[in-house]
Design a protein around this ligand. Sequence first.
Ligand code: OAD
Ligand code: ZN
Length: 246
Amino acid sequence: SGVERLGDMIAEANTIVPFTGAGISTECGIPDFRSPGGLWTRNRPIPFDEFVASQDARDESWRRRFAMEDTFAAAKPGRGHRALASLHRAGKVPAVITQNIDNLHQASGFASDCVIELHGNTTYARCIGCGQAYQLDWVKRRFDKDGAAPNCTVCDEPVKTATISFGQAMPEDEMQRATELSQHCDLFIAIGSSLVVWPAAGFPMMAKNAGARLVIINREPTEQDDIADLVIRHDIGETLGPFVRN
Ligand code: OAD
Ligand code: ZN
């Protein structure tokens, strides 16, 4: 079966690089983007230039974030996160590349510098001008007091979740580290991503071109199934659960 072949490929590999998307966190109660009921089926994304230009867009963006707070705060790592953390402890997975912003790889036992966050992190905020970090509680208090999304106390530019929006520059260090990891692994496993958002979606092919085997685990077909050595079209928790070691 697919899971047995995956087990063999993991056993044979020296350096495994997992690349994760929102599908690894759905069993933790966090919705993905493009499945039925996903975030982009309910709300249109707010592009970065709109966030910068419009107080209304910033207010709307923060209202959406506050509405998700209980979901993010309650989420615990799932079987997929725990399986990857087990392989990390076993020395097979140097780091995980993720498009996710939910901090669950860190919560599962990866040190922060072993989580390459291509799209940032939603568990804290930053000023888009000077980069000053803010806790979400501070933003919430200011929003409730002023009835509007706050600006930075240092430079007066808008404060935003520390995530990457459409139209916003990708983080350079993370892109560089993800490139190196993709080019220096022997097994690359894309997990729970529709693989439609670029440049993130370029890493599976980059790994494949550099000689790695490519596995895709996703319950629906992805854009890149045709270049994979193994496609497991199945639930992530069930597929990776057998690799959890405590
Ligand atoms: P998507 O919502 O596009 O894809 C998630 C995939 O996971 C879907 O194809 C689902 O079928 C699959 N899936 C969900 N739950 C699953 C489960 N339990 N088992 C197996 N498969 C499951 O999410 P991403 O590919 O992560 O970026 O989205 C990429 C980027 O688009 C995000 O990082 C975000 C979004 O816009 C930005 O906002 C910049
Ligand atoms: Zn600032």
